[in-house]
Every structure is written in structure tokens, then in C-alpha cells.
Design a protein around this ligand. Sequence first.
Ligand code: BGP
Length: 483
Amino acid sequence: MAFSKNFLWGGATAANQCEGAYREGGRGLANVDVIPHGDERGAVLRGEKCMTEIKDGYYYPALEGIDFYHCYKADIKLFAEMGFKTFRLSIAWSRIYPNGDEMTPNEEGLKFYEDVFRECRRYGIEPLVTITHFDCPMHLITEYGGWKNRRMIEFYKRLVTTLFTRYKGLVKYWLTFNEINMILHLPFLGAGLLFKEGEDREEAKYLSAHHELVASAWATKIAHETDKENKVGCMLAAGEYYPYSPLPEDVWEAKKKERENLLFIDVQARGYYPEYAKRKFMRMGLDIGMTEEDRQLLKENTVDFISLSYYSSRCVTTQEGVGESVGNAFKGTKNPYLKVSEWGWQIDPLGLRITLNTLYDRYQKPLFIVENGLGARDELIEDGQGSYTVDDGYRIEYLREHVKAMKQAVEEDGVELWGYTPWGCIDLVSASTGEMSKRYGFVYVDRDNAGNGSMKRYKKKSFYWYQKVIESNGEDLFLEKEN
Ligand code: BGP
């Protein structure tokens, strides 16, 4: 058997894309609330268009999400029925500290997550908690400038201390920042950054990244001090960079791009900035404000494991006239050998094996795939038993090929992998487009791009497929009918 008996099969979500109830339970406004669906979404995500409040004339899908806030019991029951061993979810910072800089937390917010964790435990599901999955209280952005400000470290420390203390014994697996490298691509979403005309954006992003890296090391330290059972991971938007051709310039370009991402994990897993990063900052004339305390802290508090999202490999070239590809906010060169999803994201299962090997070779720490999946348009059809379903063979195929690749990485290459939580195990709002129609789930949610629908949940064909995968611990990747 490839996977250990403790392998953590499950699914992943994030507060901002599923909870909704943005004004309930004393919750404060956050960056993720004010990102509209539609043409201006990209500019808002990148911090180019300033949006700090809810405005008339826009539709903001996160405000209601899929109403997980009220439906969590029924949703977790469905996850349990699939056999989940773990469930990845995130904390909305502004439920715990509505403004972010208060001295005392909001009990109603704390209670909500406590109830969710207890519900998971009732079914033997281990919660896997992302402390911040893109969200930042709006007050911290308008008052302090988001992560550009070093004071964010202090607010984050307060948040994590509250969480680790309150959920001691209930939560063991923690991720400090979702896709920490996203700050370079979608800085308003990733770190609450807004830019002024003429501001040096590169500088602002790397300065903010340093603050997040220090905050992440604090979280690791505090987590271990609070409970030695705690396991803390970093989280990378991963995907190997391929050179488009064997032209040495293309190979060098791929290496540079790879380092742009790995820089974050180099610091979080090895405990220091690599030489190439120091030179880069020197060339930029950037002082990230590293103190002796920071240096020590980073060194002594590296993560226990490395988690990653993987949707596709990436490709780059220095040559002109080669087609472009899109995907998870990372623009690149079109790889002519790969098929693409309906949203143009390239599909490359072997790339997952390659990516896992790169990360394991480099860091020698356990890995955890906490996002993977296919965003596709689904059609709800009658199931012949008075209800509805989706015949999503395309999703099963995508996932099956990726599970095979991860199995090979474990079995043949010896990569230590703790678990697998496909993204959006229940349909939720897309981060990049704000659409509901870009669905990843095993469970269909009746909701459309304009916010219409009953919010009812229906099991897709992939629900039964995944149930079988988990039951057989990854040995049986086919539904009966397909054999
Ligand atoms: C990752 C994010 C998720 C998720 C996923 C899929 O970058 O961590 O929050 O949304 O990508 O992307 P999308 O929703 O844009 O299809």
C-alpha cells in the first residue's frame, strides 16, 4: 500500500469563499468582502483599484459565499459521509478581531470556530486550519497600510496566541499564510496592499513579505510553546517552472521564476534568506528592516511541514511570439503539450510528481497537498431517485491522474506526504473570478454568478468516487461502472 494508514484524505475550503454571514456574530469588514465580481475584480485583487467599502452597483460574492456559516453542520456531515480524515478551513481574522487591533477578541467569533471544530471531531475529522487565507481586517488596511506596516506582526501575534490557546486540544495542524507567494501577484488579496500612484510596488511587496515571514515564525514559535502537539506548516502556490525550450536563456529564466516562489519557503523551512534574495534586495536598494531578533527568530522557528497548492506546472521563455497561458494568477508561456481547463488553466499530473520531488529534495520536510482540483462548469441533472446530481467524469479523471502522480511520488520516489485535500470539496466562490460557475466540488451548491439559487447541496458522481478512494486508502481509483 502506497499511503500510510494515517494518510490524511480530505478537502479544502477558505472562510472568505464559503462562510458568508459577513455582518453576523460581530464580524468586522475585511479586504475579501469588497472584491466584486465582474470586470474590475482583477484591478481590485492587484491593489490597483482601491476598494475599501461596499459600494452600490457592485455584486460582492463573498458576502454570502455558500452560507457555510449557517450550513456547516450539514456540510461537515457530507464530508464525513465521504470518509474525510481531515477538513481544511480558514479563520476569518475579522470574526476574531473585528478591527484587527483590539486587545480582546470577539467571543462570538471564537465560539463559531470552536463549534465547527467540535463538529469535525464528532466524526473523527482532524481540522487543518489556515490562520489567514487571504483575509485581512479592513481597519488594518485603511489605518495601517496592511502588511506594509511592521505593526501587523504584533496584531498577528495577538491573533495566533488567541487561537492556539483557545483551540488547544481541538486543532493540531496549522498553516500560517495561504499561498504566501501570492503577495507578488495579487497583493490586495494576498496582503491587503493598496498602491499609490508612483509607489515602488516591488519594494512594497517584498517589505510586506518580510513582515509576513517574521509573523509566520512567531506563529510557529507560539504554537510549539502552547502545545507541543501542534504542527505548523507554510503554504506555497506551487507548480514547477519548465523552460519552453532547451535554450540556456529559457532554462535560466525558469530557474529565476522558480526562485521567486521558493524564496518564501527557503526562509520558512530553512530559516534564513538565501543569498540570491539578499543580492536581489541589494540591487533593488531595498532595506527590509531585518533586525537581529528577526534573524534569530527565523532561524529557530522553521516549519514542521510544507504545504502546497498545485493546479498546474508553469512554463516560461525569453523568446518572442510564443503564446501566453493563464492560471492561478501566474501568467506564463503556453505549453504546447498540455490540455487546458475551460478557464485556460493547463493540466499536468506529472507536473505534480515533479513539483513534489523538487520540494522534498530541497527541504527534506514532510509535504502536504492542501489544494488541487479542476474548476469546471457543471450541469445539474435528475438522478432518477427524485433528486439531482452532476455527472462529472471530467473532474474524476483530473483527480485520478493527480492521485496517481502523488502515489508514484510517495511509492517510487520516497516523498514523505502527510495528506491530500482537494480544493473546494464543496462548490464555493472562485478566488480569481468571483464566479460560482467555476466549480471544484464533490458537492454541488445551487447558486449562480449573480447570487440566485436555493443554496441546496447535491452529491456529484465524484462524491462517490472520492468516497471509494478514501475507503481504499488510494488503492482503488475507479468507480465500479468504469472498471
Ligand atoms: C488558490 C486559492 C484558493 C482557490 C484556488 C482556485 O489560489 O488558495 O483560494 O480559490 O486557488 O482558484 P480559483 O478560485 O480562482 O479557481
